[in-house]
Design a protein around this ligand. Structure first.
Ligand code: ATP
Length: 368
């Protein structure tokens, strides 16, 4: 499933140069974005970057100050929320506290004037979908956080929208339940064949659920790509830094031969990389490399890039261990290793001399 890679595929939702101002504050800044039918799409960014505002404009709760939003080729301007084939599930779930689970789910259908027998049938379907058949008569306060989340989901799916907008859908759940629910949401989205757009500030959540992720900052989209692309080939330092943890070496770059580049930092250390954009000769640039791509060892290894320092911090996280190595010039390099049996033989400990090394193809060179 990769309609975005097919140049003949038509986007289902299109944001076209959309700007949203609140007074003289620009919350969404000339943003363009295409989303495809049946895509699970995530808007990922820090608090205040404009992701909820973008969602609310698609839902019809805010109007763009400039630009257009198209759904299946139709301009949504002037179409009220309830007439859009879009439904929104809010962060707070916004359940009616005095109504039972089934009455909450039925609420929108009643408002639309759906006949009673049909409502009953639809509510039963929805309860089954989110596995809450036993809880139909309960009030929201008699449910756990995870169950409330599923009621909200059932309610927002009851009207059979083509697109479901989810604003921080799992924010109120604890870590374990959140992780389980992420997979449930993906299964549900695939079974129903709907387009889901989720807003989150949690990168793991976005990586777990989404087909593609848009990384947002200051009302703009910085990169749209699949989770592996975002992680392995970030387009900028902001994206590299926002998703996962990363080491950054700053320096001047020069081409070396047809393939790679050499980056020389302030201290005169030379690092080589085989992944670099075209035409970067003489640029200021950053070699970005993930901790798990860096090897740490007590003996000087044979490698394209080798740096020497002292083991400064060790964090044992169970599945992996993170080492902070302080180089002799004071910089800290973060290296991580998966804990297999091999780790037990690993003799490195605090204040040991250590070498960090990585091959030329392990990092990416970024110019912005
Ligand atoms: P969060 O994760 O905290 O919800 P967000 O990325 O979803 O953040 P938005 O809710 O889209 O951010 O808000 C973007 C910016 O626009 C914020 O600085 C916010 O204060 C501002 N903003 C949003 N709605 C309004 C409004 N109705 N009036 C004035 N400013 C607003």
């Amino acid at each position: 499933f990769a309609p975005w890679a097919d140049e003949n595929a038509k986007p289902y939702i299109r944001f076209e140069n959309v700007t949203k101002r609140f007074g003289d504050f620009t919350a969404v800044d000339n943003l363009s974005l295409d989303i495809y039918e049946r895509e699970f799409f995530a808007l990922l960014g820090a608090s205040g970057c404009g992701k909820s505002t973008l969602l609310r404009m698609l839902g019809g709760f805010e109007q763009p100050s400039e630009g257009r939003i198209l759904l299946d080729g139709q301009d949504l301007a002037g179409i009220p929320p309830y007439k859009r084939p879009v439904n929104m599930m809010f962060q707070s779930y916004a359940l009616f506290p005095h109504m039972s689970v089934e009455a909450n789910i039925a609420f929108g259908l009643k408002q639309d004037g759906m006949p009673k027998p049909q409502i009953a049938e639809r509510v039963a379907q929805m309860l089954k979908l989110v596995k809450l058949e036993q809880f139909a008569k309960r009030k929201p306060h008699q449910l756990s956080g995870g169950q409330r989340q599923r009621v909200a989901l059932a309610r927002s799916l009851a009207k059979r929208p083509k697109v479901l907008l989810l604003d921080e859908p799992l924010g109120a759940l604890d870590k374990k339940l959140r992780e389980e629910t992420q997979f449930e949401l993906v299964d549900l989205q695939q079974d129903l064949g709907l387009t889901f757009i989720v807003v989150t500030h949690d990168q793991e959540e976005a990586m777990t659920m989404a087909d593609r992720i848009a990384i947002m900052d200051k009302g703009q989209v910085l990169q749209v790509a699949t989770p592996p692309e975002i992680y392995e080939a970030p387009a900028s330092r902001f994206v590299a830094d926002f998703v996962g943890s990363i080491n950054m070496f700053e320096g001047d770059v020069a081409r070396n031969g047809s393939e790679g580049v050499t980056l020389t930092d302030e201290a005169g250390t030379r690092l080589v990389s085989s992944h670099a954009p075209e035409d970067i000769d003489g640029h200021r640039a950053w070699l970005a490399i993930r901790p798990e791509k860096i090897r740490i060892s007590s003996k000087r290894p044979e490698a394209d890039n080798v740096l020497e320092g002292e083991v400064w911090d060790i964090a044992y996280l169970g599945d992996m261990t993170i080492y902070n190595v302080k180089l002799d010039d004071g910089r800290i390099v973060k290296a991580s290793s998966v804990n297999s049996l091999r780790r037990l033989e690993d003799p490195l400990t605090w204040h040991d001399r250590a070498f960090v090394s990585f091959p030329a193809d392990a990092g990416v060179v970024l110019v912005r």
